[in-house]
Design a protein around this ligand. Structure first.
Ligand code: TYD
Length: 213
């Protein structure tokens, strides 16, 4: 059976660690597993990631930023994500369309209707089955990340606070899909809690369920 799991959250919340732990646990349990991340993985995605994260990349508008993330997502969805789901894999994706709602929507203030339309186009209507939100207060999270910072990590605390509030609002409005974890807890405890939700979902799911976006 296929399952599409995304991990979301602000900078330094430990998403990548949890994505790796979860996909390793899925593989050990015998599931065909794909670990993906955004932006990146595809050749175009890696190029765009470099442009988007470069620390001194002054002249990038919010609209251009939206389109670059969307271009990376389109490639990832068409060439890796949908094929993995269609063969029945469990996909763990470190960030997906909700990052754009949080960062370019709540963070940069671009209109939600435009973001929804763009996301709809590039995801081909695909939505995660489960989204894990690792939530923590942004000042502490940025301190945890240390001094080497990219363009997003240089944004104001207000920006990061809006991103966090956006995530919490999305999670509140769709509690069936979103699981919220306190990211200040030890990584091993969070990993156990995530696994307990995902393994029970996999246990309940019909083995014939599949994605066809
Ligand atoms: P990354 O190093 O992957 O950050 P993290 O480890 O926190 O996931 O960098 C991705 C950056 O891009 C991160 O600051 C969030 C931002 N981003 C957006 O602004 N919009 C998006 O749609 C996505 C996918 C990421």
């Amino acid at each position: 059976m296929s399952l599409f799991i995304t991990l979301e959250g602000g900078e330094g919340c430990g998403k990548s660690t949890q994505a790796k732990l979860l996909s390793a646990r899925l593989s050990r349990s015998g599931y065909d597993t794909a670990l993906l991340y955004e932006p990146g993985v595809t050749p175009l995605g890696l190029e765009l990631r470099r442009c988007l994260k470069r620390a001194r990349h002054g002249g990038i508008t919010a609209e251009a930023e939206l389109m670059l993330f969307a271009a990376a997502r389109s490639e990832l969805t068409a060439t890796m994500l949908l094929p993995a789901l269609q063969r029945g894999a469990v996909v763990v994706c470190d960030r997906y369309a909700d990052s754009t709602i949080a960062y370019q929507g709540y963070g940069r203030g671009l209109p939600p209707t435009i973001i929804t339309t763009v996301n709809q186009l590039v995801t081909r209507g695909l939505r995660p089955d489960v989204t894990v939100l690792l939530d923590m207060e942004p000042i502490a999270a940025l301190q945890r990340k240390g001094p080497s910072r990219d363009r997003f990590e240089h944004e104001s605390i207000d920006f990061h606070q809006r991103v966090r509030d956006g995530y919490l609002e999305m999670a509140r409005s769709d509690p069936e899909r979103w699981l919220v974890f306190d990211a200040t807890r030890p990584a091993s405890i969070i990993a156990t809690a995530i696994w307990s939700h995902i393994s029970s979902l996999l246990g309940r799911a019909s083995p014939t369920a599949s994605h066809s976006a």
